[in-house]
Design a protein. Structure first.
Length: 340
């Protein structure tokens, strides 16, 4: 299998600092990973897609801003999604996947020129353009939550007061060991009928959920919903089909389809219990995943997007590096079983 790590200090990173990004890249390079810059990463993905060899590759992103070379726009016909659709595998940690799109040095130069020509203050002009800039003068386009939703088909959440995650059985099997406080989970409902459902590797129960973009929130009128309130609302919503079922059963009973009042009561009770079980399976089991995996190519069920550690790392020690390497090795073992 061809192992790669993306590192390019010409492009912006967000939660993962330049120092940590470089440390991860150097560590994996010493373990026979090939370091790719943004242009080389795009070339590798394009070639893998053209030759249908994505299944034989794995990329670790040491920087949590996707470069524009593989994600030109927040829609599923972009290169990174084509790579995943044909069995490619990505390991991601840090900020929300694809939230920012790193701009090339040439694109950054054009933005700087626009800023010079503008009569508006720089911060105001950048806000209009939906562009952010770091302390090194690197720029990124704000895709916000659209890219994760459109490309990865997941629903990211902005949370306040993050809670400690609980590593699931699938997460332990993958190699997740150390727990953390999750800042950017996704929403995973319980049992549902959607295809390509993400697998939760670590779950959390944040105290507050912010379903709206920070950029459009008024700081004085910040809208946030308690997760307990959301669960309560869903419970009431889930009772609606149960009440409809109960009403139908009673109507049928009095219409002559049941022999006795006791029989009608038992029939209605059984139907009510059945309706509540259905509601519990489909609505009330709200799960928030701080680490998750999603497959995009059924031919290789263990290929896809692995999202781990949804927090802002302040340091990476040797234990963290070993855990990351162990996770990658476990993914490789699963991928090897897909092709045998």
């Amino acid at each position: 299998m061809n192992l790669y790590v993306y590192y390019d200090n010409r492009y912006m990173t967000n939660w993962i600092s330049d120092e940590i990004s470089l440390a991860v890249a150097n560590f994996l390079q010493s373990r026979n990973f090939c370091v790719l810059n943004a242009d080389e990463l795009a070339e590798m993905m394009r070639k893998s897609v053209d030759e249908d060899r994505c299944w034989n590759t794995l990329v670790v992103f040491s920087r949590d801003v996707v470069p524009e070379t593989i994600c030109h726009y927040p829609y599923p016909n972009t290169l990174i999604r084509k790579y995943l659709d044909q069995g490619g595998t990505i390991v991601w940690f840090g900020d929300i996947p694809l939230y920012n799109r790193g701009l090339s040095p040439s694109a950054s130069d054009r933005i700087k020129e626009k800023l010079k020509q503008s009569n508006q203050p720089e911060d105001e002009r950048l806000k209009q353009l939906k562009i952010t800039r770091d302390g090194q003068g690197r720029f990124a386009q704000l895709h916000e939550l659209r890219a994760s939703f459109n490309i990865l088909e997941v629903i990211p959440l902005l949370v306040k007061n993050p809670s400690k995650v609980k590593i699931t059985k699938a997460g332990r099997e993958l190699g997740l060991r150390s727990s953390w406080y999750g800042d950017r989970p996704i929403l995973i409902r319980g049992l549902n009928l959607r295809k390509k459902k993400p697998v939760a590797l670590a779950t959390s129960k944040p105290r507050y959920i912010m379903p709206f973009e920070r950029a459009i929130l008024d700081q004085k009128k910040e809208r946030r919903l308690s997760s307990s309130v959301i669960d309560l609302i869903l419970k009431f919503l889930g009772l609606i089909p149960a009440l409809i079922t109960l009403t139908t059963a009673l109507y049928l009973s009095f219409a002559g389809f049941a022999i006795t009042l006791i029989w009608s009561f038992l029939t209605a009770t059984l139907l009510l219990v059945f309706a509540y079980i259905v509601y519990w399976l489909f609505w009330s089991r709200m799960t928030y995943a701080g680490a998750w995996f999603k497959n995009f190519d059924k031919r290789y069920p263990h290929s896809g997007f692995y999202r781990i550690w949804d927090f802002m790392p302040d340091r990476f020690n040797q234990n963290t590096m070993r855990e990351l390497l162990n996770i990658i090795q476990n993914i490789m073992q699963k991928l090897s079983r897909d092709v045998t």
